[in-house]
Design a protein around this ligand. Sequence first.
Ligand SMILES: *Cc1c(COP(=O)(O)O)cnc(C)c1O
Length: 431
Amino acid sequence: MTGDPRRQIPRTDTLLTDPRLSEAHRMLGAEVVKQAVREAQQRARDGRIKPVDVLPAALAALPPAPALLRRVINATGVVLHTNLGRAPLSAAAVEAVTAAAGYVDIEYDVTTGARARRGRSALDALRAAVPDAGDVHVVNNGAAAIVLAATALAARREIVVARSEMVEIGDGFRLHELLASTGAGLCEVGATNRAHLRDYAEAVGPRTGFILKVHPSNFRIEGYTSAVGVADLARLPVPVVADIGSGLLRPEPLLPDEPDAATWLREGATVVTASGDKLLGGPQAGLLLGTREVIETLRGHPLARALRVDKLTLAALEATLRRPVTPTASALHADEGELRERVERLAARLVASGIAATVTPSAGVVGGGSAPGLRLPGWAVRLPPGLAEPLRHGVPCVVGRVHDGHLLLDLRCVPPAEDGTVAQAVERACS
Ligand SMILES: *Cc1c(COP(=O)(O)O)cnc(C)c1O
């Protein structure tokens, strides 16, 4: 006779020695865990479960783990895939973000104990990367950079801009609507395919806030076209705000059609705006590079506070600028011969596992609205299209490209150390 089984119901402090419950205690708080434990104990007292089942019942009653963003292996061959979060951060940037997650000297001078300019070391890194800029400022994204410039420099005035440069950025955001929302008037000049310096010159007047030059990053107009460059626009007696979008700070020989901040500043742009998470390969951010006076005006505008970036962004941006070997650069410059070897090795392993894998040429693209039309020669493993879905549902999730009735896994954006993970994912998807 062991007596009343209810005396065998484990006590709360005994239950809390279980590592899973003590972890939940740490992550979810005491109340949630105690509630789950009390309810399980009560069910045992009522005889609905056995005393040995109290711990499993308490664990089962804990709220499920929060749905976090899922890690994706990008086997699409699209380097800056907007749906997959554009640029992946470098190892250095990830380390910097982790370090910045606690208390940091973001607005504090540790030598004097006084308040300091927010994020000054990240701003110093950006200035050092583009010495042609008198000063720099960082906001939440490229669109915010344009909004800040328009609000601070042209609200209740006019922005002169070519009709051929009124782009839709993506997901329905149109530049002219964004600009109109700031209270600036738009003065469109030229025709859809052509604009001339005299069009701008005739439009510029006392109401002009600035001329906006936009790099039409995500489309190309071919044929009978002409556009006016920054160097010519800078001869007119108003500021020139130049949106390069792509985030190239210096010329990139691989992308001869992409403008860069240094060149447009040297040509006379008053301010250049760009994204942080495109070709720069950093965190989502909007970069503003320009003359000292204009950056001073932008930084001092009340809207700047609403568009300011957090410390994690500043940390990631600084690391990206100071150690610019990014996954984006690696994917962009991936050697075609090496890609082919990796793809052949992967295909051979899959064939050995009885999977119908072949090797096929695959053109990668920059994506993220940059360098439209540019094809990056590479290679992919070709698989039956039915594998696309199980690969998406796997852990980690692998996203390829369905093309011509086949699933292509392009290794351009896959770090070489992950080739084995891709192979395992395909083997699992087939099993
Ligand atoms: C991408 C892009 C933007 C918008 O930048 P976000 O960082 O996405 O807000 C604006 N202008 C151009 C030319 C772009 O390519």
